[in-house]
Design a protein. Structure first.
Lengths: 488, 292
């Protein structure tokens, strides 16, 4: 908590944990039932306290094979079911997510470490909206402009990260199911609990067995899923290195892939921007979800003439951010997801200092147990610094300056990534010019980190390929037999 | 005494110029009956790299042209081809062993395909772009943009129609191309490059290398400044399956967009659909708040 910057003291306002019921151990969700894994197991911990939450089965190759077989068996019926009936299952799921929204939000915050105000107000509502949106597509696929006779691909193997566990699940499962595919999904090893609760939701919705299978595990489980010969489609969100490994693993096979990978987004502030709004956007851009966001605005490019003023206001604002208990409704920044990630953030921050950038963080009382990192800003950063080139994936902002729009564009695009970018200016023609020139899949102008099921999301260059969300998100799960060129 | 004709030197096309291969190598091109026709330049790894540099340099300008302007330039290519029909018919007849009528048909379709793609320049964005009704006070729209520098392994069999059908969809959206022609049938590609040079296509937008896709493909596939690759020309090569897998592995180094090699060379006379274009575009989504 910030000590010295605000006259306000906040009494603790914790959200009750009583709404969730975490079991001592969880099996795998295969063919509609929870089954024991044949492999070993691992623990998932609460990153805010380091308490062990549950014992989780680690799916072996044999388990993956069972799950893929279940999905293949279910594909026949699911893909032939009239779209309007498939739609109703997805609408049911969307409704149950809304009904159990608080439970999902609390569980997400406990397992992931994100503040309850984000899991409650951002993650879970968008998850429900995503299922609602794609439910409506299930009986309208022939109107999607993707060819006259759109057909599902088959079994999708889906691997999701730990930063938005349930939201990434929704981005993967909702379009896949709407198009008539069946799925085997692997949640991240540090955040499996909401995916397992989602499995219960599938049971409550009476979703036919095998349409959704959830297999927990770490990297080797994911590799087995990607390598399984009966998987038709791989959808992955995670690091660029693993994305490249997946692209190599499916080379020469018929498997298709959607890859949502890393980013190093530039958030560009011009001298005519509404500075207070821009500062809010900078803060939301890098400190939302502890900076565990692939599209985080981790490089602030600020026009030289207002750099001092922006930094002054930014630091003042950062000093009011409350770091602490994720379940406290006043918390702005929760826990870093894992010890491993915390070590990586610390390492890159130390390198930032060693390379000559100046580090600043507000005075923060951090809890004594759990994984924590204060909101941090580096000034005097150059394009050669590793903190300006590599994805920190934490609450760490690098500040660079520019003089002209063309310099801003050049610096913004000087990265192998191309996922997102931000622009702050009051001049309309400049916004549109910058939006044209930035090589990024999502450009937020005078806003940042906005997500919506109707809005396609995905990267240029080494941020991956394919889009999730919107009409474009359907293309990732359909082949078009009506066109010679095949899938669009 | 009969006049001795003046033969043409068949060269590479890089950055709007016609250099020989940097390697100094060439190879014999024969007609369908095995009779010597000409020596073609045998492009090398260095030629690939030079072509990528030229293409990258051309990308900013070409992608910034208006769609209407790109449309007119593609149409201009068709006009100039029409003007040089006899030469293309002869080249196709010679390299594919086609009858005069069949060669004429190939040229007809190649020109018509350019006209077809020309029209897409200012329509594709309307067909595959969207206004997105997000749940909040935001303007939000999605539009396609070109991926960048695209490597094209042109078909081995269809020396003109196949070539045009793979190059036109790449450039019409604003990409630039580094093309490796059919190895055994490279001469229509060289003649096509002479058309490009006189059709207001800026130098570097299309670069055409004559040579072996199996040799040049790996350099193109793993080049870190190439954004996408069309592996169509792998179909029909020896050990095509293995080669395609190797090229895809190389392409993963910088996550190129890959248009996979088909099992066999397709029938180029059918409706191509949108996928030859959509394989090499990126969807960009722009948000802005709505308020007073």
């Amino acid at each position: 908590m910030a000590k010295n910057s605000t006259p306000f003291e906040y009494a603790p306002a914790p959200e009750s944990r009583s709404v969730v019921d975490i079991k001592a151990s969880y099996g795998l969700f295969i063919d509609g039932d929870f089954v024991d894994g044949r492999g070993s197991s691992f623990k998932t911990v609460n990153p805010a306290t380091e308490e062990t939450l549950a014992e989780i089965a680690e799916a072996s190759e044999a388990d993956i094979d069972l799950a893929v077989r279940a999905a293949r068996k279910a594909f026949r019926g699911w893909s032939r079911m009239p779209g309007k009936e498939r739609a109703k299952y997805l609408f049911r799921i969307a409704r149950i997510i809304q009904e159990r929204g608080r439970e999902l939000a609390v569980l997400e915050s406990i397992d992931n470490g994100k503040p309850i105000k984000e899991s409650r107000d951002v993650d879970v509502p968008i998850v429900a909206a995503h299922f609602f949106y794609y439910a409506g597509w299930a009986d309208k696929l022939e109107y999607a402009g993707l060819g006259p006779n759109p057909q599902p691909l088959g079994v999708a193997g889906q691997i999701i990260p730990w930063n938005f566990p349930l939201l990434m699940l929704a981005w993967k499962i909702a379009p896949a199911l709407a198009c008539g595919n069946t799925v085997v999904l692997k949640p991240a090893e540090t955040t499996p609990l909401t995916a397992l609760l989602f499995a219960e939701i599938c049971q409550q919705a009476d979703l036919p067995p095998g349409v959704v299978n959830i297999v927990t595990g770490a990297g080797s489980t994911g590799q087995a899923l990607v390598a399984h010969p009966d998987v038709d489609k791989v959808a992955f969100t995670g690091s660029t290195d693993v994305g490249k490994a997946i692209a190599r693993a499916i080379a020469g096979t018929g498997k298709l892939a959607t890859l949502e990978l890393g980013g190093k987004a530039a958030n560009i502030v011009f001298d005519d921007a509404a500075l207070d709004q821009a500062v809010e956007g900078i803060v939301g851009g890098i400190f939302f979800n502890q900076g565990h966001v692939c599209c985080a605005g981790s490089r602030l490019l600020v026009q030289e003439s207002v750099a001092e003023e922006v930094l002054h206001r930014l630091k003042r604002r950062m000093a009011t951010l409350r770091v602490g208990d994720p379940l406290d409704k006043n918390t702005d920044i929760g826990a870093i997801n894992s010890a491993e990630q915390l070590a990586k953030i610390r390492e890159l921050s130390a390198i930032g200092e060693a390379e000559g950038a100046e580090r600043w963080a507000p005075a923060c009382d951090l809890p004594s147990s759990g994984f924590w990192f204060p909101p941090t800003v580096f000034t005097g950063v150059t394009q050669a610094h590793r903190i300006a080139r590599e994805e920190v994936f934490g609450p760490v902002l690098s500040v660079l300056t520019f003089r002209t729009p063309s310099e801003a564009i050049e610096k913004a695009n000087n990265t192998p990534y191309g996922l997102s970018a931000g622009v702050w200016t009051e001049k309309g023609s400049r916004i549109l010019h910058m939006a044209n020139e930035l090589r990024a899949g999502v450009v937020w102008a005078n806003t940042f980190n906005k997500f919506d099921p109707t809005s396609p999301f995905g990267g240029y260059k080494e941020s991956g390929y394919g889009r999730e969300g919107g009409r474009q998100g359907l293309a990732a799960y359909l082949k078009s037999t009506g066109l010679k060129g095949g899938d669009l | 005494m009969a006049r001795v004709d003046v033969r043409k030197t068949y060269k590479l096309y890089i950055g709007g110029a016609f250099p020989r291969s940097e390697s100094g190598h060439s190879y014999e091109v024969t007609d369908s009956k095995g009779k010597f026709v000409a020596n073609a330049s045998l492009a090398s790894r260095k030629d690939v790299r030079d072509a990528v540099v030229a293409a990258r340099k051309a990308f900013g300008g070409w992608s910034a042209r208006t769609a209407y302007n790109r449309s007119q330039i593609l149409y201009r290519i068709a006009e100039v081809m029409e003007d040089r029909r006899p030469q293309f018919e002869e080249a196709v007849r010679q390299s594919e062993g086609a009858s005069a009528a069949a060669a004429r048909g190939q040229v007809d379709e190649a020109i018509d395909r350019l006209v077809w793609y020309s029209g897409w320049a200012d329509k594709l964005g309307q067909v595959i772009g969207n206004a997105n009704p997000v749940a909040g006070p935001f303007f939000n729209h999605t539009a396609p943009e070109p991926s960048g520098v695209i490597g094209v392994l042109a078909p081995q069999t269809s020396s003109l129609l196949g070539l045009v059908s793979t190059v036109a969809p790449v450039i019409v959206t604003g990409n630039v191309a580094v093309v490796v022609s059919s190895y055994a049938r490279p001469l229509p590609a060289v003649t096509f490059s002479e058309v490009l040079a006189t059709s207001d296509v800026p130098g570097g937008v299309v670069n055409i290398l004559t040579g072996d896709a199996a040799t040049l493909g790996p350099w193109l596939a793993s080049h870190m400044d190439v954004n996408g690759i069309d592996l169509g020309g792998v179909a029909g090569l020896p050990r095509a399956g293995e080669l395609a897998a190797e090229l895809e592995i190389g392409a993963a180094d910088n996550l190129k967009r890959v248009r996979r090699a088909p099992d066999a060379e397709p029938d180029w006379s059918t409706d191509p659909g949108l996928s030859p274009m959509t394989a090499f575009v990126e969807h960009k989504t722009v948000w802005h708040p709505i308020g007073v």
